[in-house]
Design a protein around this ligand. Structure first.
Ligand SMILES: NC(=O)c1ccc[n+]([C@@H]2O[C@H](COP(=O)([O-])OP(=O)(O)OC[C@H]3O[C@@H](n4cnc5c(N)ncnc54)[C@H](OP(=O)(O)O)[C@@H]3O)[C@@H](O)[C@H]2O)c1
Length: 191
């Protein structure tokens, strides 16, 4: 049976004996491309926080040092993998790596240990830009607002990414804007 767009794998499938672990970028972006302001997120969307938790729990999550600092504490029930160029950076509850390649290797090992089918890349802009080319899926929350901000996500290149699911939601009682959950899958890579 063909999978419906929002039913993603929860257990590890294998391809020619090698576990297939997808890399998924998870990001909330406003209509003007803004994802951050002054080291924080310039909206409050409680509904999206629950969606984010559902998408990332039980998985390795990869993030830049600035995003990790903005969280205040490691996110529970996930392996927090932080990328920094500072080899002396330490924080309880985080696995610190000093390159994209190291982060990817640690995340893959963690996914295998957890039998997780995905590595979640959770930002910020510097990290999304570097992981975009190697990603398999994008889970975007489009925030229907245009707040001022200093950190942006580049427009999604629809020649490379196909929209496969979209759900619009009105703002709930603890949300500052309406929003849409949008899933993109990578189109076949040209050889
Ligand atoms: N809307 C959303 O979904 C969302 C999600 C996440 C974050 N955000 C927002 O985005 C903003 C932060 O994003 P950002 O782009 O400024 O920072 P970031 O991507 O979170 O972190 C950047 C840092 O990561 C490290 N880094 C980046 N590339 C590296 C590499 N190749 N090798 C080693 N280390 C590397 C460096 O750390 P060092 O400086 O320590 O060397 C760099 O300063 C905040 O406002 C945050 O709230 C929004």
């Amino acid at each position: 049976m063909e999978a419906r767009p929002h039913q993603w794998r929860s257990a590890l499938p294998a391809c020619e004996g090698k576990a297939v672990i997808e890399t998924v970028l998870i990001v909330a972006v406003a209509e003007n491309g803004v994802i951050g302001a002054d080291g924080a997120i310039p909206w409050r969307l409680k509904s999206d926080m629950q969606h984010f938790k559902a998408l990332t729990s039980g998985k390795p999550i990869v993030m830049g040092r600035k995003t990790f600092i903005s969280l205040k504490r490691p996110l529970p029930h996930r392996t927090n993998i932080v990328i920094t160029r500072d080899a002396n950076f330490r924080s309880a509850g985080a696995v610190v790596t000093t390159s994209m390649e190291a982060a990817r290797a640690v995340a893959r090992g963690d996914a295998l240990r957890r039998s997780a089918a995905e590595i979640a890349v959770i930002g910020g802009a510097e990290i999304y830009a570097q992981f975009m080319d190697g990603a398999d899926r994008l889970e975007i929350t489009e925030v229907h607002a245009s707040p001022p901000g200093d950190t942006r996500l580049a427009a999604i290149d629809t020649s490379k990414w196909e929209e496969v699911a979209r759900e619009r939601h009105a703002a709930g009682p603890d949300d500052t804007a309406p929003f849409s959950y949008v899933t993109y899958r990578r189109r076949e890579r040209a050889n």
